[in-house]
Write a protein that binds this ligand. Structure first.
Ligand code: SF4
Length: 616
């Protein structure tokens, strides 16, 4: 089958065995790969109500038909599970080379269930899996673990590992992969904690299978035709990486400051990409097969506080937001250290930073006291405190044990007033794209499968003005179309930056040409649009089966009650009546009922028989 090896690998850690299954073209054409395969597998194989940290939970690593073809930037790896933050479907991606090597094993999906009786890592090659002892790596930081595994298994092997935070079941623990010294982090949703609960320290892949392409000439034609758009669209990323967004977003008044008490600061340029590059730049980095090279290695010279200095990847925009502006921390050197600390301990920088900034505001308002924090005073603008809190969270030590549960659970302990300060959607801390300054992101986050993720609805088309960020009109359609696009794009799977800027931020003819050239199929635009819609609906059906209804498609109080107090977007927010009207329109566009549940007609229309069975 062009574009596919046609195999999935199913691993039971408890029984230490595995099965290889074959899939056919019909399934590939219906769910495409990555996100689509994971949604299908988790919907069918996970019983409703399963606890995320129980052995029954599953983790799926999946690639798509274009992975390891000449298309640029197909090295994005994809992983999905049931999240320990909100017990719902969650997926996350990471860069480097892992996805390419997974594809070369000939397994489009690797499905992991059960729990190993002792620390284990998986070595996966074309013949299946070997279960190996991870005892020497347990307790180790991510970089040391991945480097050691690569030294053991060979340079052409790739590894992704959890850090001590995942071992200790921090609810927002991540996975980290290193390729050529640069990390790729599957940050969101707590996949690292789920692996920790399975005693699984790392997954190593190694293989040499080739992916066949049906029509190489047409594919090269398409790639050439998109080259200029991709170069122009990614110039800012190439120059400064995602930190290029700090000043841009601050300029429109959408940069969260002090736990979203403000959305603009005159100090933003102190931590913007321009400043970081000027202070610390060492070299550009890229993922396998990507001409954009949005990664930058930065170097912090030795100092009394850091004797050997630090060489690490430039923090992403989201990290500068979460551990910078949200915590009122404008010290760029500390942000390099915080970023490295989170990667090494295996912590999602967004949830980590926002849980801390939430705690800082709770402390300032007297909702948290020194009794809760081990006698310590919490205050905004204290980089040393942030460094301590991150490390304590990774160790689940002292107050860090509370932070490790995430902001939603911390708020539950502190009461109603604290809940009003939460920066969460569906219990997941929000990314750095304002739900108040970008109207489309209010309805976009509220209806996102993953809540506070900016990879369901996408902010990009709001920033570039293709959808007017200041008006409510048209935003439900924006949310539906970008959510369907991300479900599709994560099934392909191509790096979002290359897709959006080179091939388009909504499903369009470029993707039709791409898929047909790789697979030899004759898909139409309508078929691809329905494919994105199908996958998003299956994720929704998964969440509805776990109890999600209209009540969960909600906004934080700050978004519905408090207009942005100052700055370029002063006065913007999403009042309750406006939001309910957006939600009604969104459900109607989706073909869901007034309570947010996909109707039987919609499921039938999309060919989601598996979800229909649950409906009846
Ligand atoms: S754009 Fe950046 S994150 Fe995406 S594949 Fe290229 S280097 Fe990796």
């Amino acid at each position: 089958m062009n574009g596919y090896a046609g195999r999935t690998l199913h691993i039971d850690l408890g029984k230490q065995n595995f099965r290889i299954k074959n899939f056919d073209e019909a399934l590939a054409r219906k769910f495409l790969g990555g996100n689509g395969f994971a949604a299908k597998i988790l919907y069918e194989e996970l019983n409703p109500g399963v606890e995320p940290f129980s052995p029954e939970n599953m983790v799926v690593f999946a690639v798509g038909p274009i992975t390891d073809t000449p298309i640029p930037s197909t090295s994005r790896a994809y992983v999905a599970t049931k999240s320990p933050l909100n017990n719902l479907f969650f997926d996350s991606t990471f860069g480097g080379r892992f996805a390419i090597t997974q594809k070369r094993t000939g397994f489009e999906a690797i499905v992991i269930s059960g729990k190993a009786s002792s620390p284990t890592y998986l070595f996966i090659d074309e013949s299946g899996v070997q279960f190996k002892s991870a005892a020497p790596f347990w307790g180790k930081l991510t970089r040391e673990t991945v480097d050691a595994l690569q030294a053991t298994e060979g340079e052409d092997a790739d590894a992704v590992a959890i850090g001590p935070a995942g071992e200790k079941l921090v609810r927002f623990a991540c996975l980290t992969h290193y390729w050529r010294g640069r990390e790729g982090v599957s940050g969101r949703g707590g996949v690292g904690g789920v692996l920790g609960s399975k005693n699984l320290k790392a997954i190593v892949v190694k293989g040499s299978r080739k992916t066949e392409v049906a029509d190489l000439n047409s594919l090269r034609e398409l790639i050439d035709s998109r080259k200029e758009a991709m170069e122009k669209g990614t110039a800012g990323l190439k120059n400064l990486g995602t930190p290029v967004l700090v000043n841009m977003i601050n300029t429109i008044g959408g940069l969260g400051v002090r736990n979203l008490q403000e959305e603009h600061s005159p100090r933003a340029p102190e931590i913007g990409g321009e400043r970081l590059k000027e202070l610390f730049f060492e070299r550009n980095d890229t993922c396998f097969g990507c001409p954009i090279a949005c990664g930058k290695t930065l170097r912090l010279p030795p100092s009394p506080a850091l004797k050997e200095g630090l060489r690490w990847k430039m923090p992403e925009y989201e990290t500068l937001f979460a551990l910078g502006s949200m915590a009122d921390n404008w010290d760029p050197a500390s942000l390099l250290r915080l970023n490295a600390l989170c990667d090494q301990w295996g912590l999602d920088t967004i949830s980590m930073g926002l849980t801390i900034s939430f705690a800082l505001e709770c402390f300032a308002k007297g909702l948290l006291t020194p009794q809760d924090t081990g006698g310590r005073t919490l205050r905004f603008g204290d980089p040393d405190l942030l460094l301590q809190l991150v490390e304590e969270t990774g160790k689940r030590q002292g107050f860090g044990d509370l932070l490790a549960e995430g902001s939603y659970r911390l708020a539950q302990r502190l009461g109603e007033e604290a809940a009003g300060l939460l920066p969460c959607f569906k219990k997941v801390e929000v990314a750095g794209h304002s739900a108040r300054a970008l109207k489309g992101m209010s309805i976009g986050y509220a209806t996102a499968t993953r809540g506070g993720s900016h990879h369901d609805a996408r902010p990009t088309l709001q920033y570039v003005g293709e959808f007017d960020r200041t008006k409510a009109k048209g935003q439900p359609s924006f949310a539906v179309r970008t959510q369907n696009f991300t479900a599709f794009d994560d099934s392909l799977t191509q790096c979002r930056f290359a897709s959006e800027r080179g091939y388009g931020g909504l499903i369009n003819e470029n993707y039709v040409k791409m898929i047909n050239a790789v697979t030899g199929w004759n898909v139409t635009l309508n078929e691809l649009e329905r494919l994105g819609e199908r996958i998003y609906n299956l994720e929704r059906a998964f969440n509805c089966r776990e109890g999600v209804t209209r009540k969960d498609d909600s906004l934080p109080l700050r978004v519905t009650q408090q207009p942005i107090p100052s700055g370029p977007s002063q006065g913007m927010y999403c009042p309750p009546e406006e939001f309910q009207a957006l939600l009604d329109e969104y459900y109607s566009l989706r073909g869901w009922n007034a309570n947010g549940i996909p109707t039987a007609e919609k499921l039938q229309d999309l060919g989601l028989e598996e979800a229909l069975r649950d409906e009846s």
